[in-house]
Design a protein around this ligand. Structure first.
Ligand code: PMP
Length: 395
């Protein structure tokens, strides 16, 4: 019956993670998968989440509504847009609880496929690979706009602007507003405003995918692009709690659609609920309650914000430590990129062959594209990574 079924090539990053687990070397270092680990190499349980878990306890488990937990959704709006944002105050934002950031982008794609079909979807080159896959699954064709300039190891801003200007009016444009995966390079404020002008002039439909809020400069700072954009135009915003709550397996995220007025938002919310109903019916209760309890209580919210700050500060410190260690070994390797890039990832500029050499010789795992997850660095492994990096870069 299923003899014609083709094998799944596997997800390159998840497969690499499997190879890492199977690697018998005790000194191996995993800098491939996008997971934050603490100084001891463990995925942390945040204190605020633990306290939230104790408050929640375990009671009955009815279905949540299709759109998710009400306090969770309110928490998403405050976190993404800020408490006093005019779109929130005007009740112009339709927000649902989603299955992580992936679920948010997936429902956004389904919603757009139904209500604004036939448009081209533009994603950054490079991007989180699933952007292509999720929009293609929904029936769209995807294309790219330039983003990474390998010569300067920064954003190819002119190329990006030109591509957005050249695209057909009303295209769908996926933007990562902060801590860009996989490059680690973001638009600065001036560039964000210039891009916003083009997007609005071209009437493009913007889908912000914010998977790392709080890992760049701060919870509010990281959302500034989205907030300013949403003051000027309608847009969709996917957000993930996987990283900033360290709740990867609970599948917590949100999708918010900023609309023209409250009536439109009500109708959009209805269509988002329908998309959810047709896909998985309703989101999970346990993760929903955890996030709602943290975001809905001032004490836990403040504790959580502090813990996000701790994760961010540690990643910044590790970037600096790695840069220092590399500099101590060689003056010839440019480490400026480590300090200029933000968030969990750095595009190192290493080639696939260099990445392979680090993996095979030293058990240091980066993604083949040269992406390094700096959140996997710690005091114990930094010297080894620096040595491996310098040897690979100079080979
Ligand atoms: N978007 C981007 C840009 C990401 O990097 C990720 C996580 N790797 C996601 C979405 C998906 O987030 P989640 O794990 O919450 O589904």
């Amino acid at each position: 019956l299923f003899g014609q079924v083709e094998p799944f090539a596997g997800d390159p990053i998840l497969s690499l993670n499997d190879s890492f687990k199977a690697d018998p070397r005790s000194e191996k270092v995993n800098l491939s998968i996008g997971v934050y680990t603490d100084e001891n190499g463990r995925i942390p349980v945040l204190g605020a989440v633990k306290a939230g878990h104790e408050r929640v306890g375990f009671a009955g488990r009815p279905y949540l509504p299709m759109e998710g937990h009400a306090i969770y959704r309110e928490g998403v709006q405050k976190l993404v847009f800020g408490a006093g944002h005019p779109a929130v105050a005007d009740r112009r934002v339709a927000t649902i609880q989603t299955l992580g950031g992936t679920g948010a982008v997936g429902i956004a794609a389904d919603f757009l496929a139904k209500h604004t079909p036939g448009r081209t979807v533009l994603v950054s080159d490079p991007t989180w690979e699933n952007h292509h896959g999720l929009f293609q699954r929904a029936g769209f064709e995807t294309a790219t706009y330039p983003y990474w300039d390998s010569a300067s190891r920064s954003v190819d801003f002119d190329g990006m602007i030109k591509a957005l200007e050249a695209a057909e009016n009303g295209s769908i444009v996926v933007l990562q507003p902060v801590c860009h995966n996989p490059t680690g390079v973001d638009l600065d404020e001036r560039q964000q405003d210039a891009v916003t002008d083009v997007l609005i002039a071209k009437r493009h439909i913007v889908v912000f995918d914010m998977a790392y809020q709080g890992f760049g400069n701060g919870l509010d700072e990281d959302a500034a692009f989205v907030r300013r954009y949403a003051e000027r135009a309608s847009c969709l915003v996917a957000n993930s709690f996987s990283k900033n709550f360290s709740l990867y397996g609970e599948r917590c995220g949100g999708l918010s659609v900023v609309c023209r007025d409250a009536d439109e938002a009500e109708r959009v919310l209805g269509q988002l609920k329908l998309a959810v109903r047709r896909s998985y019916s309703s989101p999970p209760m346990t993760g929903g309650l955890l996030v709602a309890t943290v975001l809905g209580n001032d004490d836990l919210r403040a504790q959580w914000a502090g813990e996000v700050g701790t994760m961010r500060t540690r990643m910044d410190a590790m970037r600096k430590r790695l840069a220092d260690e590399i500099r101590a070994l060689s003056n010839e390797v440019d480490v400026g990129f480590l300090l200029n890039q933000r968030g969990m990832f750095s595009y190192t500029g290493l080639s696939e062959a260099q990445v392979r050499a680090m993996r095979e010789r030293d058990g240091v795992y980066l993604v083949g594209s040269g992406r390094m997850c700096v959140a996997g660095l710690n005091e114990a492994n930094v010297p080894k990574v620096a040595k491996s990096f310098v040897e690979a870069a100079q080979a």
